[in-house]
Design a binder for this molecule. Sequence first.
Ligand code: PMT
Length: 400
Amino acid sequence: MTTLQNKRIVMGITGGIAAYKTIELIRLLRKAGAEVRTVLTPAAAEFVTPLTLQAISGNPVSQSLLDPQAELAMGHIELAKWAELVVIAPASADFIARLNVGMANDLLATLCLATSAPIFLAPAMNQQMYAQSVTQHNIQSLQQRGIQLIGPNSGEQACGDVGLGRMSEPQEIFSALLQHFSVTQDLVGLNVAITAGPTQEAIDPVRYISNHSSGKMGFAIAAAFAQRGAKVTLISGPVNLATPHQVTRIDVLSAQEMWQIALESAVKNHIFIACAAVADYRVAEVAAQKIKKSGDEMQLRLVKNPDIVSDVGHLAENRPFTVGFAAETQQVEQYAQDKLARKKLDMICANDVSNGQVFGAEQNALMLFWPQGSASLAKTTKTQLAIQLVNKIVERYKAK
Ligand code: PMT
């Protein structure tokens, strides 16, 4: 029996060229044993026909809120209650905006308001539309309400642009849904603290030293733990990301602030994960006023910041299972092993950042080392990677 046997899935399709890929997604879902009912927005019906979708899904396709025949067969509220999961692929910018403000001006939006089932969105739109602050705002606010995002991917788009906004491939969406149904709340009672993002070290009231960490990797780890029922505290530097569902977030700016909160949290948690890219040095004397331009050169004196994960690793009492990261551009394994020993860690996750494609990127690969062994996790989205990493951390934590 497959994991999706008899699962009741409402497949929402909105207007976008990627709608043709959804036919393959429905095929995969049905092959895995799911029952699929498709809901089309008026714009989606311009891209794929109800007849095709009916044949592939094996069920009538719903299109209109005001269709007496359809309401007789399965009314929209009934459909909302029937669903164990709603997935919208492609999810257009327009639909995402309507969903965010709670509109109910077509069948699919109404159904999303009326359902208590988890909702997944696979966005698909032009890269510029995706990057717009209003779209990002809508997505973040939906994520805060627990709506989950699959993708989008980066690459060449139907319009000829290249960038982030391509709908995830049917197989990727299918895997994410499969993952959702196989997740169990097996980590209830486990407390996890995670640092994420960059730190900012002030130079004067308007300038600072920082790095390119976006927080994506750390936030994905927090989400993966929370989905399995763990109590997660996320200590984040300045990033532009929504707080994952069911995660407690504490925002900090500097390494010293992060150190203070992290040390307080670490002793209250079973697992501590240092994913943040913490500044190793800070400016010795932060200027009280904006520094004025003067000579051709200027010098800043830097002093060492406390090493957060090392201090946690060396705790004499209430020491949590401690996991660090190592971002290296050369001799990755050697430097990672050195940090594992020197910082007294239980595990280290090594990132090869020599190609400049890890900080801020959507995808990553990791090599894991612990005192008696190692493993590698192949390149995939940070969301998927985090799920695999959490499995490995929990396995090592239990072994210890
Ligand atoms: O945020 P993203 O854009 O998704 O990118 C993810 C990431 C590349 C930032 C992340 O995967 C990562 O590798 N984080 C660690 C980056 C880093 O600063 O590595 P490091 O080798 O300099 O530090 C080693 C370890 O010590 C890390 O766990 C770091 O959090 C910790 N550290 C470092 C300095 C310091 N003062 N305190 C610390 O706790």
